[in-house]
Design a protein. Sequence first.
Length: 171
Amino acid sequence: VVYDKIFSLVKKSFHDKEKHAVIVKGGPGTGKSVVAINIMSDMLSEGYNAQYATGSRAFTETLRKAIGTRGGVQFNYFNSYMNAESNSVDVLISDEAHRLRKTSNSRFTKREERSDLPQVEELLDVARVNVFFIDDRQIVRPKEVGSVEYIKEHCEERDIKIHEKIFFFRY
């Protein structure tokens, strides 16, 4: 159901030029990441510009190693989209969206590259369809602000259609 919903929204966004956000909620071990990887793989096979982002260095680097150098560029961090071109990605899959930070700036960000935009807005801006896989019950580290309500609030401010009909349960 999740897979079909996302695929149909990506196709729809090409025709209606509207932005969409899908929020997929679920606990650990429910298969969110497996579904996310499969969606991305099939989107790429169909010729869409699909990218996968996460806030976890260990997870992202593991995915890059498993995929190899050619496909590794599709796997990024949330802060990789600071100065990206608007709508340059067809579908952005944000796994572990509860790890979103207030901004993408870090102590290593050059002054001229800093952004005042919230990190979630950078992600919403870069893609036609954003998919957020999230678990509101996971412990969030300091400076991580991701939650379903936080994402919905920013989508509503930007008139992005929200689809929150999809749930994974295993609590």
